[in-house]
Design a protein around this ligand. Structure first.
Ligand SMILES: [Zn+2]
Ligand SMILES: [Zn+2]
Length: 278
């Protein structure tokens, strides 16, 4: 039985499910109660993408594993992200009048996102300035520790349907069956709620501001979090003191390998040329 075919427009070589389909037996696995796998999440995302083509993001979650998310141009986007610690969360932008990226985490809505998550969000947001602003949003907690995927889909679906996830208390007893039905029917519907609480102001639990570097506007962490090689090295410009990735700024190996070398970024070099030519 053919179900939930992924949109071919948003696939790259990374997308191992290009032209693959989620079979009925794979969908029924969801009822067994374990973690949702990448294929389940991608199938739900593909349905949202088809139903809400105006919303940005909703990319294949595998792109996040290698930090291959593209920057999103649209005013509104939603993305489910694997935190690298067996956990799914939902990030969104353009909702509730905030210019911050909103994060919905069903384990703990005060928990600082993992470094990997912050890198993913920075890549998607491609902030116009040198800081990334994140709001940790209040949301319902999962009760059994294995439902982060179900909740991440429920939060993403709520946003797509213009609902405020902070206001919703889902009926946890039927969430998985609801997801199964949606995947079998090939159409996402908002998840049933048992009650709603008033949170019309979209106030976050906590806000974070993360420094960004380089022309690619990414954070830098000394920790090796399985980052691609490109993001692990940085060189500081002697003039503006901003850190740059050798690959992004074509910094020669001789400079990268020499701690005492004096290096100026392309912007500072251009400014200097302009001054000298006057
Ligand atoms: Zn860079
Ligand atoms: Zn500079």
């Amino acid at each position: 039985m053919l179900i939930a075919q992924l949109d071919s427009q948003q696939q790259t070589s990374l997308d191992s499910r290009s032209n693959e389909i989620l079979e009925k037996v794979e969908i029924q696995e969801i009822s067994k109660g374990g973690y949702l796998n990448t294929e389940h999440i991608n199938a739900a995302i593909a349905l949202l993408r088809t139903e809400f083509p105006e919303i940005g993001g909703l990319f294949n979650v595998q792109w996040g594993q290698n930090l291959s998310f593209p920057a999103i141009e649209k005013d509104q986007w939603i993305q489910i992200i694997h935190t690298s610690q067996n956990h799914w969360i939902t990030a969104a932008f353009g909702y509730g009048k905030s210019t911050n990226v909103l994060i919905y985490d069903s384990l703990n809505s005060r928990c600082i996102p993992t470094t990997h998550t912050i890198y993913c969000v920075a890549q998607l947001r491609h902030s116009p300035d040198n800081s990334l602003k994140i709001s940790l949003m209040p949301c319902e907690n999962q009760e059994d520790g294995v439902n982060c995927g179900t909740f991440a889909i429920a939060f993403a679906t709520a946003l797509a349907f213009k609902l405020n996830p902070s206001e919703l208390r889902f009926d946890q007893t039927i969430m998985r069956q609801h997801l199964i039905n949606c995947l079998l029917n090939g159409k996402m519907e908002a998840f049933s709620v048992i009650s709603t609480r008033k949170n019309s102001n979209w106030r976050p639990r906590k806000q974070l501001s993360i420094n960004l570097n380089c022309i690619c506007k990414m954070p830098f962490s000394e920790k090796d979090c399985g980052m691609p090689e490109k993001y692990r090295k940085v060189v500081q410009c002697l003039s503006c003191k901003i850190w740059y990735h050798p690959e992004c700024e074509s910094i020669p190996d001789t400079v990268v390998g020499d701690k005492n070398s004096l290096w100026f970024c392309s912007q500072c070099r251009a400014r200097k040329r302009k001054r000298n030519s006057k």
